[in-house]
Ligand binder design. Structure first.
Ligand SMILES: [Zn+2]
Length: 365
């Protein structure tokens, strides 16, 4: 005969319950001042206790009799005893216990799902890092596609502002005016509002900042032999903005922090410092260069500018001799790229082009 220590709640008992003994076989519940019996018709059963290891059987006593009528509850809180009650419920109570067990299994299922979600959440940054290394190009492209033009402009402006103190801008002279005129001709109808800047720097270089900022070094200007050659370089650089190469390249170099910055919603603010570091040495793939060449060629044709200046500038760079210009280290030029450009020009047929109206070349800073 098994006797279980329990706590009883019911009419006339202390609000905090009364310790009692429950005889499993007879159903008799007894305590110092009284006794009652667990009914053979089931009431309700639920988990109880702080750790939900216990069990509570509750029933309504409708018998007439002194003080017995009302709601009763019997709590078995010791985990071992509660488990034994669950394993072998009292007579008449099997069905409600079975229902409780079903409910517990469902809760455990939900809990397991909760844990896997939490694990996934914790592992997500790790997966993202891994993903970025495996699929850097695809991911950078995807991330870039989530950036609005407005965000891109904010990012570009902030980066340019950060690098500005190190640039010797020469935006007031004749050369800068020519740069802006040619640039405006090449970017008509674009979603970006372009800004062209001239920097006094002897290295032969030019670069495009996301959002529509194109920077040309005075060394590059000095190396061009005609305004058409400069237009060729500008047309090419502009396409790195139009085709979002600069943005993708930045996203790729920044890797996870770009994803992080996007998630935090402050792309420009979070990336400014780092983006500025990378801006001048953005590297593009050969595919991106070919794309920029052919789209640049189309832009020159639309603007009515002789595209022959583009391949001509490559030749100029070749003849320059000495160390390869900075422009070529960031814009890999290959024989294949030039051949593709020549073939594309041939396919477009010959047009009569009016020479660009700048008499003395190169213009003065
Ligand atoms: Zn390029």
């Amino acid at each position: 005969m098994e006797a279980i220590n329990a706590r009883l709640f019911g009419p006339g008992l202390p609000p905090a319950g009364q310790t009692c003994t429950w005889q499993r076989d007879s159903g008799l519940i007894s305590w110092a001042e009284g006794r009652t019996r667990l009914p053979a018709t089931a009431g309700e059963v639920r988990v109880a206790g702080f750790d939900l290891q216990g069990i509570e059987l509750a029933w309504q006593d409708a018998r007439s009799g002194a003080g017995a009528q009302g709601r009763w509850a019997l709590q078995v809180l010791a985990a071992g005893e509660a488990a034994r009650v669950r394993a072998a419920p009292p007579a008449g109570w099997h069905e409600v216990f079975a229902k409780l067990a079903g409910g517990r299994r469902a809760r455990r299922g939900r809990l397991a799902l909760g844990w896997s979600a939490l694990l996934l959440f914790l592992a997500l940054p790790l997966l993202l890092v891994l993903g970025f290394f495996l699929l850097a190009d695809d991911l950078a492209g995807w991330a870039a596609s989530r950036v609005s033009v407005k965000q891109e402009v904010a990012l570009g402006d902030a980066s340019f502002a950060a690098m500005k103190p190190r640039l010797a801008l020469r935006d007031d002279g004749e050369a800068a005016a020519v740069l802006r005129e040619l640039g405006a001709r090449l970017t008509r109808g674009s979603v970006y509002t372009y800004r062209f800047h001239l920097v006094e720097d002897k290295s032969i270089n030019a670069f495009a900042v996301p959002g529509g900022i194109v920077v040309v070094h005075s060394g590059l200007l000095a190396a061009t032999r005609s305004p058409e050659e400069l237009a060729g370089v500008l047309a090419h650089e502009v396409q790195h903005v139009e085709l979002r190469h600069s943005l993708k390249s930045i996203m790729k170099q920044l890797g996870l922090s770009a994803v992080w910055a996007m998630a935090s919603g402050d792309l420009a603010g979070a990336m400014t410092g780092k983006a500025a570091q990378h801006m001048m040495e953005l590297k593009f793939s050969r595919d991106a260069e070919r794309e920029a060449d052919s789209a640049g060629l189309d832009a020159l044709l639309r603007a009515g500018i002789d595209p022959a200046g583009m391949p001509a500038f490559f030749a100029t760079l070749d003849k320059a001799g000495g160390a390869p210009p900075a422009l070529l280290s960031t814009h890999p030029a290959s024989a294949a790229r030039r051949e593709a450009l020549a073939a594309r020009m041939q396919a477009k047929g010959s047009h009569p082009f009016e020479p660009l109206p700048y008499r003395s070349w190169p213009p003065a800073l």
